[in-house]
Design a protein around this ligand. Structure first.
Ligand code: S3P
Length: 747
């Protein structure tokens, strides 16, 4: 069989396409391939003379045949697009013909029955029959609705069998791709299960609900007042009854399985209403509300990983500008994560305000929802967590997908190591490359059973039901994530768990545990917890994130004529390294209105532009400014003289290798930047324009946006979608204060 390219081809490469059944799907398949010119001729077969006439008139096919045998004689590909229950008869007829080398394929919505019918008719599944199912129906039907573009960007599922000829499969696959479809391969049974749940059950419910209401005596009243909810839910009850009757009969077994599972869930909901169990109802409703969005996110990320190309979100940062005004940047990411974790494990209801509605913190939130915690919101930064207590988490229904968030994965692994159930933690392409042995190794020493991917990378599979024992652990690196992970495991471990850090790291976990009434001992570089206590619900006000404020601290420092106030920023001393470093470089930064909110120090930060000078960054400040180096490198590029950073090898294992990626970007903009194994040397000087790549790292994308303030020409920054992980509405706030950055292609 000749190769078929997915591009438009000038000359036909295949002989004859026969399409049996000229409805919407068969007609669109024929028309699309005819327009592509892939076949020398396209022949239609249909019992209905009007469909045959229209098919020729509308250019769907070259010609029609009434006789199946005549049409198929010498055909290269035969597409069976008849109603699903007519398939048996058609296959029996085909089995009696000499089909030569022709490939057979079909478009039935259920596959098990087609395969069974083919086996019976042919005395075994023909190797050149490739079952298929395009998911591209519409309310319209008939050949008159056929569209050459119907399958563009729609999924087509092919369900080859063990004996399917690979060349036949490849050919059918390419035909669909030529029509712009997104082709996937699946096993027959899996296809039928998935479709029963995602398509067949919803149709059954829609038909059933409308009929049930229509039968009642007060039906007119019901339909008169049927507003959006009824209309939206029952739209698909307008679908073709005969076609759906066929589908339910064809996919009977899988539909019954999914219907039974749904009936159990419906009974549980009924029980909750009957018992006045609002908590149960809220749990179902909040989970459902966010589930659709969550799953689309997972799917988008999967596509990104698999296809190795994503929709590159490009920032265009125009040169110049100065900053003024007052803004509040979004809530602290570290504190937002911890508020969900501890709020979920507490007894009682915790209210959170100022919660960061960025993807990372939302990944943590979703993980706890998946483990049965009822969480309302977030809505304008407010979250209500109905805590389940230290021992109240439930096994999640599947792997916990944590997107881009290293903090979620590392902290969660500590508390999941002590649960009675197994969990698997997965993430996006960036998270899948990050080192997890730093938590897996000490957790194993405490008795945890954890499997990692190769070289200690995600996914992590954590075996439940282990008894952990407290230990004294000297961390080889200054990491708040490792410290927090072990302290969380320590809440469940026999005896005391002590973590010793080589240098101070952020202490939000220790502070927040105390805020929830859990005793924590901190002495110098040592933090300890003991199991046997409980967390009591509290109120948490999340301050603005100093790591997000950092972009504006640098921006206002380097842009001449700037004067900016950043409100309500968390200034926990384990986080203020960025202020200390900028001040050493000569920045004009002052803290006003200093106060303590919920155990965390907070201030308004005023920053005015000033001439920066290069410095040797003191190594003891590195862990206290660990997330702010990308933007500090931009400050260094704008400073007079040389800036040297050492002792910061941790930057190489963040969301990207931040030393290399920043160096590459700075060099592309004409800055002298030389990476070293544990840091970088940057010579201040003019910044040019150009193209830079953030490698999916949110902080790199925002740092180069800031660099534009001093650039000589526009900077195009690739791969910026992950800015949403930590700083939703970065572009909006940046524009508000005077940074000229926008999403390319958007006004
Ligand atoms: C974090 C700790 C830091 C930081 C990360 C958040 C936390 O990581 O880089 O963005 O919330 O504990 P390490 O502890 O691995 O340095």
């Amino acid at each position: 069989m000749a190769e078929v390219s997915s591009r438009q081809v000038a000359a036909p490469v295949l002989g004859r396409l026969v399409v049996v059944g000229l409805g919407l799907i068969g007609g669109s398949f024929a028309k699309g391939l005819r327009e592509k010119g892939l076949f020398r001729e396209v022949v239609g077969v249909d019992l209905d003379p009007e469909s045959r006439r229209l098919a020729v008139e509308l250019g769907v096919v070259d010609r029609c045949e009434t006789d199946l045998a005549a049409a198929c004689q010498g055909g290269d590909v035969i597409q069976l697009a008849v109603p699903i229950l007519a398939m048996e008869k058609l296959l029996a007829e085909l089995a009696g013909l000499d089909l030569g080398d022709a490939l057979l394929t079909d478009v039935g919505s259920a596959k098990g029955n087609v395969v069974r019918a083919a086996r019976e008719a042919f005395g075994g599944m023909p190797a050149r029959f490739v079952p298929g199912h395009p998911i591209a129906g519409s309310e319209q039907s008939g050949v008159e609705a056929a569209k050459a573009t119907l399958f563009r960007r729609h999924k087509v599922i092919l369900t080859p069998l063990e004996n399917t000829d690979p060349a036949a499969l490849a050919c059918i696959d390419r035909l669909w791709r030529a029509l712009g479809a997104d082709v996937e391969h699946m096993e027959v049974e899996h296809h039928d299960e998935v479709l029963a749940a995602t398509s067949h059950l919803p149709h059954l419910l829609a038909f059933g609900l409308v009929d049930s209401l229509a039968k009642r005596s007060e039906n007119l009243e019901i339909f008169r007042y049927a507003a959006g909810g009824f209309r939206d839910f029952t739209r698909i009850a307008g679908s073709d009854p005969v076609m759906w009757h066929d589908i339910f009969l064809a996919n009977r077994r899988a539909v019954l399985r999914t219907l039974d599972a749904f009936r159990d869930d419906l009974d549980a909901l009924r029980g909750a209403i009957d018992a006045g169990d609002g908590h149960q109802l809220l749990g179902v409703f909040t989970r459902a509300r966010f589930a659709r969005e969550h799953f689309s996110k997972i799917l988008a990320r999967r596509a990104y990983v698999d296809a190795m190309h994503s929709n590159d979100l490009i920032y265009l940062a125009n040169p110049g500008g100065s900053l003024s005004g007052r803004i509040r940047v979004p809530g602290d990411k570290s504190i937002s994560h911890r508020s969900i974790m501890l709020g979920s494990l507490a007894e009682g209801t915790t209210q959170v305000e100022g919660f960061l509605e960025g993807e990372d913190a939302l990944a943590t939130l979703q993980a706890f929802r998946d483990m049965g915690v009822v969480i309302e919101g977030p809505h304008h930064g407010k979250v209500t967590i109905h805590g389940v207590g230290l021992h109240g988490l439930k096994a999640p229904p599947g792997p916990l997908y944590l997107g881009n968030s290293g903090t979620s994965m590392r902290l969660l692994s500590g508390l999941l190591a002590a649960q009675p159930f197994d969990t698997t933690l997965t993430g996006d392409a960036s998270l899948s490359k990050r080192p997890m042995n730093r938590v897996a190794k000490p957790l194993r020493e405490m008795g945890a059973v954890i499997e990692t991917g190769p070289e200690g990378r995600p996914p992590l599979t954590i075996r439940g039901g282990q008894l952990l024992t407290g230990m004294r652990y000297e961390m080889p690196m200054a990491s708040a994530q490792v410290k927090s992970c072990l302290l969380l495991a320590g809440l469940y471990a026999a005896g005391e768990t002590t973590v010793i850090e080589p240098a101070p790291t952020r202490d939000h976990t220790e502070r927040m545990l105390r805020g929830f009434g859990y005793p924590v001992t901190v002495e110098g570089n040592t933090a300890s917890v003991e199991s046997g206590h409980k967390l009591t619900a509290t109120h948490i006000e999340v301050p603005a994130d100093i790591s997000s404020a950092a972009f504006f601290l640098v921006a206002a420092s380097i842009a001449e004529g700037s004067d900016l106030l950043l409100e309500h920023v968390g200034v926990n001393p384990t986080r203020t390294g960025v202020i200390d470093i900028l001040k050493l470089m000569g920045a004009d930064i002052s803290l006003e209105n200093q106060r303590e909110v919920g155990g965390e120090p907070v201030a308004d930060i005023r920053v005015r532009s000033s001439a920066l000078k290069g410095i040797d960054i003191p190594e003891d400040l590195v862990p206290l400014a660990i997330d702010e180096f990308p933007v500090l490198f931009v400050a260094a590029a704008c400073a007079e003289g040389r800036t040297v950073l050492r002792g910061a090898e941790e930057l190489r294992v963040k969301e990207s290798d931040r030393i290399q990626v920043m160096a590459d970007g700075l060099v592309a903009l004409g800055v002298k930047a030389e990476p070293t194994p544990d840091g970088i040397i940057i010579e201040g000087g003019p910044i040019g324009g150009g193209e830079v790549w953030s490698h999916g790292d949110h902080r790199i994308a925002m740092s180069f946006s800031v660099a534009s303030l001093r650039a000589g020409a526009p900077i195009r920054i690739h791969d910026c979608a992950n800015v949403a992980t930590s700083f939703p509405n970065f572009i909006g706030l940046a524009n508000q204060v005077g940074i000229r950055v926008s999403v390319e292609g958007e006004k």
